[in-house]
Design a protein around this ligand. Structure first.
Ligand SMILES: NC(=O)C1=CN([C@@H]2O[C@H](COP(=O)(O)OP(=O)(O)OC[C@H]3O[C@@H](n4cnc5c(N)ncnc54)[C@H](O)[C@@H]3O)[C@@H](O)[C@H]2O)C=CC1
Ligand SMILES: O=C(O)[C@@H]1CCC=N1
Length: 263
C-alpha cells in the first residue's frame, strides 16, 4: 500500500526529494529507492524526524512496536500522523504515540496501485483544516478520497471498499471459471470478463441511472440476462452479500478490540 501511495504522489507532482521511506529490510528499501528516487532508511525514528506528515503503513500487528519506538521523536516534532492500518482506532494509535497527536485514519484499497483507489478518511480533533487538505490531496493522487464524520463508519468502509476489490476478483474468478467450463478459451474468458466488469463500473459511474435501472436495461424480457439474474436472486445472492459484508464489518470491530488490548 505504501508503494501505491508513493507512486501516485510522484505521478501527481509530489517531489521524490521530499519523501523518506523506512522499513527493516535494506534490500527492499534499495529497490524502493531505485524505483521511486526517494530517500530511504532502516531507522524509523530518523525517518519520522524528517517529516511534517508521517504515514504509518505497517501491518496492524506490528504497529504498537513502531509507534512506541517513534513516540519520543514525534512528541517533540509533532507531525501529522496518518495511519492506513485496518481496525486500529485513532485513540489506540494516539495512546501508543504518547498522546495529543493530530491523527488521520485512512482506509485505502489495492486499486490505488493503478490510480483507481477508493479511500475513506477520518480525522481526530487535533487535525487542522490545512492538514486535512494535505491528506486528502495525497489520497486523491491515487483515486478518490471521502471523509467520514464518525470513526466507527471506517468499519463499514473497510467492509465496502477496503476489502471490496477481493469481492470483485472472486466474481471474476467465478465468471471466468464458468465460461471456461462452457468451452471458451481461458484467456478469452478472462479478457471478456475483465472488460465487462470495467465497462459496467464505468457506466455506473457515468450514468444518471441507478444500478437497478442499468441492470434492467440489460434484461430483455424473456431473454438470457433475466434468466441469469433470477437465478442469482433465487440463490440468495443479496443475502449472501449482506452476510459477507457483515462478516468483514464484524472482523474489523473485533480487530479494533484485539489490537487495543495490545500494549
Ligand atoms: N492490502 C490491502 O488491501 C490493504 C491494507 N491496508 C493496511 O495497510 C497496512 C499495510 O498493509 P500491506 O501494504 O498490505 O502490507 P505489506 O506487508 O505489503 O507492507 C507492510 C510494510 O511494512 C514494512 N515493515 C514491517 N515491519 C516494519 C517496521 N518495524 N518498521 C517499518 N516498516 C516495517 C514492511 O517492510 C512492508 O513493506 C496494514 O495495516 C493494512 O491493514 C489497508 C487497506 C487495504
Ligand atoms: O483484509 C484486511 O484486513 C485488509 C483491510 C482491508 C483490506 N485488507
Amino acid at each position: 500500500m505504501a508503494s501505491a501511495i508513493i507512486g501516485g504522489m510522484l505521478e501527481n507532482g509530489y517531489q521524490a526529494g521530499n519523501i523518506w521511506v523506512s522499513a527493516p529490510d535494506d534490500g527492499h528499501l534499495q529497490s524502493i529507492r531505485k524505483r521511486f528516487g526517494v530517500s530511504v532508511t532502516t531507522d524509523n525514528r530518523y525517518c519520522a524526524q524528517q517529516a511534517d506528515i508521517v504515514v504509518l503503513a505497517v501491518k496492524p500487528q506490528v504497529m504498537a512496536d513502531v509507534c512506541h519506538d517513534i513516540a519520543p521523536v514525534v512528541q517533540n516534532t509533532r507531525p501529522l500522523m496518518v495511519s492506513i492500518a485496518a481496525g486500529l482506532t485513532a485513540e489506540t494509535l494516539d495512546t501508543w504515540l504518547g498522546g495529543g497527536m493530530p491523527l488521520v485514519r485512512v482506509m485505502p484499497n489495492t486499486p490505488s496501485l493503478v490510480g483507481k483507489g477508493a479511500a475513506g478518511l477520518f480525522a481526530n480533533a487535533q487535525v487542522k483544516d490545512a492538514q486535512k487538505t494535505s491528506v486528502q490531496s495525497m489520497f486523491e493522487s491515487i483515486g478518490s478520497a471521502l471523509w467520514v464524520d464518525d470513526e466507527d463508519q471506517l468499519h463499514g468502509v473497510t467492509a465496502l471498499s477496503g476489502s471490496g476489490p477481493a469481492y470483485f476478483f472472486l466474481m471474476l474468478e467465478a465468471l471466468e471459471g464458468a465460461a471456461t467450463e462452457a468451452g471458451i478459451a481461458p484467456e478469452t474468458a478472462r479478457a471478456l470478463a475483465i472488460q465487462t466488469m470495467a465497462g459496467a463500473a464505468e457506466m455506473a459511474a457515468r450514468s444518471d441511472d441507478d444500478p437497478a435501472q442499468l441492470k434492467r436495461n440489460v434484461m430483455s424480457p424473456g431473454g438470457t440476462t433475466e434468466r441469469a439474474v433470477n437465478t442469482f436472486e433465487d440463490g440468495g445472492l443479496r443475502q449472501l452479500v449482506k452476510k459477507a459484508y457483515g462478516a468483514a464489518f464484524d472482523r474489523s470491530r473485533e480487530m479494533s478490540k484485539e489490537l487495543a488490548d495490545k500494549q
